[in-house]
Design a protein around this ligand. Structure first.
Ligand SMILES: [Zn+2]
Length: 310
């Protein structure tokens, strides 16, 4: 049985309070510590299910726990309660104000509280589920500067894709960057779609978390037979953007392998009944992102393909 603790509380001006809770499972044989984190964005729910599955597994297998496992399912707790991506009342994206500060406005105080609660963790896994517009296959995204340290860990997580990308300024204000800076090796998982829950992805990541913890000596179990992810440096990522506004109707499924020049979908007009545009794959490869929300504007992201370098 885990120990439920409140790690951060602050009174809001509107008479409510903002609180962050964790459930801690503590073995006696190691001080190695991992933090499983979700709900930084209040509209992303896939991580809720992963936290449940992991908690259930740990409750059923207390004798396998060697180190410390902290589960934080709801960082932006008010956002989760009110179906809001950002922090309610402030309209601030919590993942853009790390590491935060005690002497700043409330969202920055929350970020500071999160960092302090997790300070000292050896590892952290920050589980996101895209947004309501795009559906993602289970993947880990890593800033180029962290590639050497984090890719070997990501390869243990039973995900489909490791995407190493160049660090841009905005990444420096994320939870993952703040934690990596203070010595906690932090992986960002993106999977599924906002406001929904996919059971298969949840189970897939649970197996990955168990495998990672076994490899790191936090759990006393056999290693799992996990899948080896595609590596972004072995190919290129092509973006599909809408050429005109309308209703996007895909003709192929998410995760499918497609050929260069094949039709990914159509943008149609609900009013006139016309097909406005045909969306063509610029490269062949795996469709690892696909539009989930059908209404699009000119320039809207419709999908991403990972494929061979041209
Ligand atoms: Zn997110």
């Amino acid at each position: 049985m885990g120990l439920i603790e409140e790690v951060f509380t602050i009174e809001l001006p509107v008479g409510e309070s903002f609180r962050i809770q964790r459930c801690r499972y503590k073995g006696k044989k190691s001080t190695k510590r991992i933090s499983i984190v979700s709900g930084i964005h209040g509209d992303e729910l896939e991580g809720q299910y992963v936290c449940f599955l992991l908690g259930q597994w740990l409750r059923n297998n207390p004798d396998k726990i060697l180190g410390i496992i902290d589960i934080y399912p709801a960082i932006n707790s008010l956002g989760l309660d009110s179906i809001t991506r950002s922090i309610p009342f402030y309209d601030v994206d919590l993942n853009r104000i790390f590491p935060g500060s005690k002497n700043d406005f409330l969202p920055a105080q929350i970020a500071d509280g999160v960092v302090n609660a997790m300070r000292g963790s050896d590892l952290a896994i920050d589980i996101h589920s895209s947004n309501i517009f795009l559906r993602e296959i289970p993947q880990v995204r890593i800033a180029k500067s962290q590639e050497d340290v984090l890719v070997p860990l990501a390869n243990l997580l039973n995900i489909d894709f490791v995407w190493v990308h160049d660090a841009v300024t905005v990444l420096e204000s994320t939870f993952a960057h703040a934690m990596n800076t203070i010595g906690t090796k932090t992986l960002v998982v993106e999977m599924g779609v906002g406001m929904r829950l996919g059971k298969a992805y949840g189970q897939q990541l649970l197996d990955g978390l168990l495998n990672l913890m076994a490899c790191e000596g936090i759990l006393d179990i056999e290693l799992l037979d996990v899948r080896f992810p595609m590596q972004s440096h072995e190919g290129e990522v092509a973006y599909l953007n809408a050429a005109c506004p309308g209703l996007f109707v895909p003709v192929i499924e998410h995760c499918q392998i497609i050929e260069k020049g094949s039709v990914v979908g159509h943008i149609v007009s609900a009013l006139s009944g016309e097909v406005m545009d045909e969306v063509i794959a610029p490269i062949g490869g795996m469709l690892f992102t696909i539009r989930a929300y059908p209404i699009v504007y000119e320039g809207s992201l419709l999908g991403r393909i990972f494929g061979e370098k041209q």
